[in-house]
Design a binder for this molecule. Structure first.
Ligand code: NAP
Length: 297
């Protein structure tokens, strides 16, 4: 069997960002609106700082306004709620993102529910989660939205396909399963209590792995010709012994890519597959929110 098509999320997301830049121009011309994305970071978590900086750079690169808010790690929950309220009422802000995880003294659900659902560009508010659950996706969590774009670009219609989603987090697995269901797939959702996972996997035309365990999905589990979307981002020791001894690491996915590529018909690499889609989908949600919030004058 021929090796799988490698689904290039880098290229796809770059094209998507170019399209978004054009959408920004159109919004400026037709509605006199510059979409604004507010990003709130509480504390100094190094990984969160890198993510936030990337989001801000890409927001500016497509011509949107990037509004940054930094709160100290010991900021109170009320302080954060007050800031969200101000941003909810600000007509220049179309999207609000609170970078997770939050410090332990802040209740994450309370914060996420405080964001105006119309500006909830992460798609985590219960209103948006509920709309997705009843098959009316509006602002959809960014990672699964990106996975759907890659799948539809590769397969066209997903109707009638059997999809297995491994993982049921509210950020990836659950919304992914609901999007696949809305796209008329037959969906199986697996989690740590699932029995016969390998057997279930062998029945699937589409496998989405969102587990967080390096190389968890083996090639022998896959049905020949399956399309595999690997959401996992796992840091493991470098392969090269000298680099390993020096404490260097590398990023791998949840799928044994080197073997799976010989069985699947298409597969996302890690890095360079799903990862780059997430921020592009965040910008896409911001465009959608700006359109919804600003009627044509
Ligand atoms: P998570 O909240 O830890 O959820 C992991 C899921 O995997 C849970 O539902 C868990 O089941 C399930 N699971 C764990 N062990 C299992 C097993 N042995 N068999 C079957 N299911 C098992 O993680 P997440 O936030 O969804 O993220 C998953 C992965 O995607 C991570 O590597 C993360 O870094 C990555 N990620 C990537 C992006 C991106 O932009 N590419 C975005 C978000 C996350 P239970 O529910 O039963 O515990």
């Amino acid at each position: 069997m021929a090796e799988a098509i490698i689904i290039d999320g880098k290229e796809f997301s770059s094209n998507l960002r170019n399209k978004i830049a054009k959408d920004v121009e159109t919004l400026k011309k037709e509605r006199n609106v510059v979409p604004g994305l507010a990003v709130i970071l509480v504390g100094e978590d190094p990984a969160s700082r890198i993510y936030v900086r990337k989001k801000e750079e890409m927001t500016e690169a497509v011509g949107m306004n990037s509004l940054s808010y930094r709160l100290d790690a010991d900021a109170s929950q009320q302080e954060l709620l007050d800031l969200i309220q101000t941003l909810n009422n600000d007509p220049a802000v179309h999207g609000i993102l609170v970078q997770l995880p939050l410090p332990k003294h802040i209740d994450t659900p309370t914060i996420l529910e405080a964001i105006d659902p119309a500006k909830d560009v992460d798609g985590f508010h219960v209103v948006n989660a509920g709309l997705l659950a009843i098959g009316k996706p509006t602002l959809v969590p960014c990672t699964p939205a990106g996975c759907m774009m890659l799948l539809e670009n590769n397969l066209g219609s997903l109707q009638g396909k059997h999809a297995l989603v491994i993982g049921r987090s509210t950020i990836v697995g659950r919304p992914m399963a609901q999007l696949l269901l809305t796209a008329d797939c037959t969906v199986t959702v697996a989690h740590r209590h699932t029995k016969n996972l390998e057997e279930l996997c062998r029945q699937a035309d589409i496998v989405v792995a969102a587990v967080g365990i390096p190389h968890f999905v083996k090639a022998s589990w896959l049905k020949p010709g399956a399309v595999v979307i690997d959401v996992g981002i796992n840091r493991i020791p470098a392969e090269d012994p000298a680099a390993k001894a020096a404490g260097k690491t590398r990023i791998v996915g949840d799928v044994d890519f080197a073997e799976a590529v010989k069985v699947a018909s298409a597969i996302t690499p890690v890095p360079g597959g799903v990862g780059p889609m997430t921020i592009a989908c965040l910008l896409n949600n911001t465009i959608q929110a700006a359109r919804n919030l600003t009627p044509v004058s």
